[in-house]
Design a protein around this ligand. Structure first.
Ligand code: HEM
Length: 412
């Protein structure tokens, strides 16, 4: 009997993390699999979620790559979330965000801020990122125990992002709060659909205030770059700036938080790999890539077919939603030897955890630097860390999130 395939639309399917056995089965037996939709439903009093159409589930590395690289046939502009068949006015708003654009507009907008994320620029942040990392660890290393998520992994991306965007350090908790309420709306610990809307409005008001201020007094932060960027012969308008700020806050924050937590968890689960890293620090670079492959903080993104086509022999109709599962592609045994083993020295490692194609993660260099520096400092200061209680997963079909992860270690 084939196993019953649960709906990948439902956050419960991911309650215990990425369902690797299910993905393995799909890669083998049904690599282009149809996931049914869901009728319209009331999410909270007065908040009606529209009907969600079904979608194609792509689980093989080759198919995820193919779809990501062909933005003409598989559009981002028509929506990038599986459970967001949006009202036209909402889609129009999201299309002001780079991640929801197709070329040629996408290429122009990305080019206007690309310099900010180049390896050369990120290298200049190295010393500052290390200072921030040490400051975070200073607060916990003497105690012998902490919640790794709230006290360590959430803090570094927030502090770095706040400085990049130009948000005052003491207001960084706003970024944390908005991200949790917007991305955790399926998790009762964090939010609900009402509150997600309120969080978005707060974020927009904040961004608009900042943009006004930077128009008057430009500085070297990303908000200044955004308000002065010239795209197609004009400056970005307020909605475009708001939506780009929104994208940066979400993309630069929770992803790296979960990569850091997922990495420390993997090193607790595989102490032999931690020993290898302790014995040979040159492996930290490959370890960072392996952590992104292993944990795959972003589980999926969606594309929409712009005309009738086929993928791996399966007919796909125009306007069908096609969802690419990075966490599955990253365990595809057709590409990775010993795909189910965590190997800090893995090379080559053609994982898709940062995506591939023209939407390849703009912040990948920054995320890699934050992860490398944090690993270097942790291995030096608290090398014998281990789990100290249950790891709590975020309730989500999109982010492979860890909400709480108690660890203990010899105080230093
Ligand atoms: C380990 C951490 C991270 C992971 C796993 C990750 C993952 C991803 C993935 C999978 C995409 C591709 C989306 C698609 O193809 O539709 C993406 C895009 C993006 N990421 Fe990241 N990301 C991380 C960190 C960051 C950071 C630190 C920033 C910025 C501060 C950032 C900014 C972006 C932006 C702006 C895009 C959209 C690029 C475009 O549309 O051209 N990300 N990221």
């Amino acid at each position: 009997m084939p196993p019953e395939i649960p709906s990948l639309l439902e956050p419960e399917t991911f309650a215990n993390g990425v369902p690797h056995d299910l993905f393995k089965h799909l890669r083998e037996k049904s690599p282009v699999h149809w996931n049914p939709g869901r009728p319209s439903r009331e999410r909270a009093v007065g908040v009606v979620e529209p009907e969600q159409r079904g979608f194609w589930v792509l689980t093989r590395h080759a198919d995820v790559s193919l779809v990501s690289k062909d933005s003409e046939l598989f559009s981002s502009e028509r929506g990038t979330a599986i459970n967001a068949d949006m009202r036209p006015q909402d889609l129009l708003m999201f299309q002001q965000q780079m991640i929801h654009m197709d070329p040629p507009r996408h290429t122009r907008v990305r080019a206007s801020i690309n310099d900010f994320f180049k390896p050369r620029t990120i290298a200049k942040l190295e010393a500052r990122t290390r200072d921030l990392t040490r400051e975070i660890l200073d607060k916990v290393v003497g105690r012998g125990a902490c919640d790794f998520v709230s006290e360590v992994s959430a803090e570094l991306p927030l502090l770095v992002l706040a400085e990049l965007l130009g948000v005052p350090r003491e207001e960084r908790h706003l970024l944390f709060d908005w991200t949790n309420r917007l991305m955790g709306l399926d998790d009762p610990d964090y939010g609900n659909p009402y509150d997600a809307q309120a969080a978005l409005m707060e974020l927009f008001q904040y961004a608009a205030r900042m943009a006004n201020e930077r128009k008057e007094n430009p500085s070297d932060d990303l908000m200044s770059v955004l308000v002065h960027a010239q795209v197609e012969g004009r400056e970005l308008d307020y909605m475009e700036i708001n939506m780009m700020f929104f994208l940066m806050v979400i993309a630069g924050n929770e992803t790296t938080r979960n990569a850091l937590s997922g990495g420390i968890r993997a090193l607790c689960d595989f102490p032999d790999q931690r020993e290898r890293l302790l014995a040979d620090r040159t492996l930290i670079k490959t370890a960072v890539e392996e952590i992104v492959r292993w944990h795959s903080p972003v589980m999926q993104f969606r594309r929409t077919a712009t005309r009738d086509t086929e993928i791996a022999g399966q007919a796909i109709a125009e306007n069908d939603k096609v969802v690419i599962y990075y966490g599955s592609a990253n365990r595809d045994e057709r590409v990775f030897d010993r795909a189910d083993e965590f190997d800090v020295g893995r090379s080559p490692n053609p994982h898709l955890g940062f995506g591939v194609g023209n939407h390849f993660c703009l912040g990948a260099n920054l995320a890699r630097a934050e992860m490398r520096i944090m690993l270097e400092e942790i291995l030096t200061r608290i090398p014998d860390f281990e789990l100290d209680g249950p790891v709590e997963q975020l309730h989500s079909n999109f982010i492979h999130g860890i909400k709480r992860m108690p660890i203990r270690f010899t105080p230093s």
